[in-house]
Design a binder for this molecule. Structure first.
Ligand SMILES: NC(=O)c1ccc[n+]([C@@H]2O[C@H](COP(=O)([O-])OP(=O)(O)OC[C@H]3O[C@@H](n4cnc5c(N)ncnc54)[C@H](O)[C@@H]3O)[C@@H](O)[C@H]2O)c1
Length: 254
């Protein structure tokens, strides 16, 4: 089950955290994995790990905000069966302490970056008879979270783009879904704790772990398993849906 043999999968931000776990698992299931990354060294390391394990992978240096560069990468790959729009960045702040530059930065990477990859991938999927798209949203798209104004805006847009693309490309056999994780223990989380709470990192880590009713953060592999299901042919009846994977965050936090 869940074989990705003969599939070509493009994963943005596959050099770290959730994207890395997805890249490793998809390659293990037989996909030829293409990682688009700002951090070329990280992407090259993941590709080396995949090739050493007998899989197929290639790293592409790229910034998802750059439409021309992203289109050139996708057109160079040619055949795309799976797109995972995973690259994303965070910002901590409410409306009043989210300046224009903060808002713009989050929009460019999290929203326009996903749009650029969809824009490049969908025509290739149409030519190829279909495909599966997975967008990385967040619980911040669904519930109010303190001090996540710009980030929530971007993940709400991801959810809305998921619905729009799923609707418009039903006839082209393209499925499009999103995943909404609660906190996942990745360098993204470690980085923003270090940056925003330098003086009480352990305390904040504990607090963020406990904010999931299940009592801990998710592991990247747990997100990758859901991603595999949604991108595999076994999920052929599944489109236009968001899947929370949140240790009970949305429904049990009362
Ligand atoms: N970690 C969490 O708790 C959590 C929870 C919900 C959703 N998410 C989402 O999951 C996704 C991955 O998060 P993660 O925790 O694995 O992050 P991470 O920081 O560990 O990895 C993200 C990767 O994306 C790459 N990247 C960033 N900007 C890029 C750009 N402009 N172009 C190309 N690559 C770029 C980075 O170099 C990095 O390797 C993000 O969209 C994030 O919003 C994370």
């Amino acid at each position: 089950m869940f074989s990705l043999q003969n599939k070509v999968a493009v994963i943005t931000g596959g050099g770290s955290g959730i994207g890395k776990a997805i890249s490793l698992l998809f390659a293990k299931q037989g996909a030829a994995v293409h990682i688009i990354e700002l951090n070329t060294d990280a992407a090259t390391d993941v590709v080396a790990e995949i090739i050493t394990a007998g899989g197929k992978a290639q790293a592409h240096a790229g910034n998802v905000t750059d439409q021309a560069a992203i289109s050139a990468i996708f057109n160079g790959i040619g055949k795309v069966d799976i797109l995972v729009n995973n690259a994303g960045i965070a910002h901590v702040g409410n409306l009043e302490n989210t300046g224009e530059a903060d808002f713009e930065r989050i929009f460019q990477v999290n929203v326009k970056g996903a749009y650029n990859c969809l824009y490049a991938a969908v025509p290739l999927m149409k030519q190829n008879g279909g495909g599966a798209i997975l967008n990385m949203a967040s619980i911040a798209a669904h519930v109010g979270i303190t001090d996540r104004f710009a980030y929530s805006m971007s993940k709400g847009a991801i959810f809305a783009m998921t619905l729009s693309v799923a609707r418009d490309y039903l006839k082209d056999n393209i499925r499009c879904n999103s995943i909404s994780p609660a906190r996942v223990h990745t360098p993204f989380v470690d980085g923003f704790i270090a940056k925003n709470y330098p003086d009480n990192q352990a305390e904040i880590f504990e607090k963020l772990s406990k904010s999931q009713p299940i009592g801990r953060m998710a592991k990247p592999d747990e997100i990758a398993s859901l991603a595999l299901y949604l991108c595999a042919d076994e999920a052929g009846f599944t489109t236009g849906t968001d899947y929370p994977i949140d240790g009970g965050f949305i429904t049990l936090n009362n």
